[in-house]
Ligand binder design. Structure first.
Ligand code: A3P
Length: 319
């Protein structure tokens, strides 16, 4: 029995019972729902999000595979689209944690399976999800709302995920070995996995419809944040003017939203919870590229490299 399936409807309960399931890294079940693995506690949220969310044309939807820099992307997009409204001194980012200002859909707004009234949220509304492209609600695909996808090299993505899940794992459970989790990651059995399907869904859409889906890489953002921020602002319809460029607005936002900048803001250390369970501070660890080299053995790295090569072959996505 999975005590986390807080489902009231008998019909839904029946559906969920029929899904293939596996023990996840937290020791609780993952369910294979429409070709991706969903942690039990998020399933009702995913279904309610799919059934109820009505995107508006002006909406901005941020999508990531968990631990690929969602928190950073949220801060950047929020700052870019609100830069004419708030200064750095009075931005709500100083008083509310970033996940509150740019909420997760299935992990926050729809988590309890309800259909919340979102009409009070001012435009442009920015929301976030980890749900793969094929399973997004129809209105996200059929309206002109924009999708920004942030991808991270799977090596660092895995290490970040492992640290996060170990840090937030219930204290009464045994720690899981890196090797065990690595095996699950390479076979695709982790929340919202397999990672390659997740990446490819958005990658292919970004090729087909570049005005609809912008595909960004964490590593590019680290290497040339200014250039990527310009791409982001142009795509969202909030381009930086020449004057703003001269005044260094891009650099200022970049610095404000940097790892150190965000980590040290009071609300991101407040003990607030994300998805009703994860301490907001656990979304800030190191924020670096290449940390995987401190953890993966050469044979592990070789295995993941082969998985990536095999799964992404022919796609044009080079990681
Ligand atoms: P590490 O564990 O490698 O440090 P997500 O936001 O998708 O949960 O991803 C979390 C990862 O992004 C963590 O990676 C975290 O440290 C990093 N991160 C958080 N804020 C960041 C920022 N402002 N700039 C760069 N990386 C950031």
């Amino acid at each position: 029995e999975d005590d986390e399936l807080n489902v009231q409807s008998q019909e839904l309960k029946k559906l969920l019972k029929s899904l293939p399931r596996e023990r996840g890294w937290h020791g609780r079940y993952l369910y294979l729902y429409r070709d991706f693995w969903v942690p039990g506690y998020v399933l009702t949220g995913v279904i309610s999000f799919q059934q109820n969310f009505q995107a508006k044309d002006t909406e901005i939807i941020l999508v990531t595979f968990p631990k690929s820099g969602t928190t950073w992307l949220k801060a950047l997009v929020y700052s870019i689209v609100n830069r004419k409204i708030f200064s750095f001194d009075n931005t709500p980012l100083n008083t509310s944690n970033v996940h509150e200002l740019v909420p997760f859909l299935e992990l926050n707004l729809y988590l309890n399976g309800l259909n919340p009234d979102l009409s009070g949220i001012p435009s442009p509304r920015v929301f976030t999800t980890h749900v793969p492209y094929p399973s997004l609600p129809e209105s996200i695909k059929s309206t002109t709302c924009r999708i920004v996808y942030l991808c991270r090299n799977p090596f660092d993505n895995f290490i970040s995920l492992w640290h996060f899940l170990m840090r937030t794992r219930p204290k009464d459970l045994e720690p899981l070995s890196l090797e065990y989790c690595f095996d699950k990651f390479c076979t695709g059995t982790c929340g919202y996995g397999p990672f390659w399907d997740h990446f490819l869904g958005f990658w292919n859409e970004s090729l087909k419809n570049p005005n609809k889906v912008l595909f960004l890489m964490y590593e590019d953002m680290k290497m040339d944040n200014k250039l990527q921020m310009k791409r982001l602002a142009d795509f969202l319809g909030y381009p930086f003017s020449e004057n703003e460029e001269k005044e260094g607005v891009i650099e200022k936002i970049s610095k404000f939203c940097s790892f150190e900048g965000m980590r040290d803001l009071q609300p991101n250390n407040s003990g607030d919870k994300v998805a009703e369970r994860f301490d907001v501070a656990s979304y800030f660890r190191k924020g670096e590229v290449g940390d995987w080299m401190n953890y993966l053995t050469p044979s592990m790295a070789d295995r993941l490299k082969k998985v990536v090569e095999e799964k992404l072959r022919g796609s044009g996505l080079n990681l």
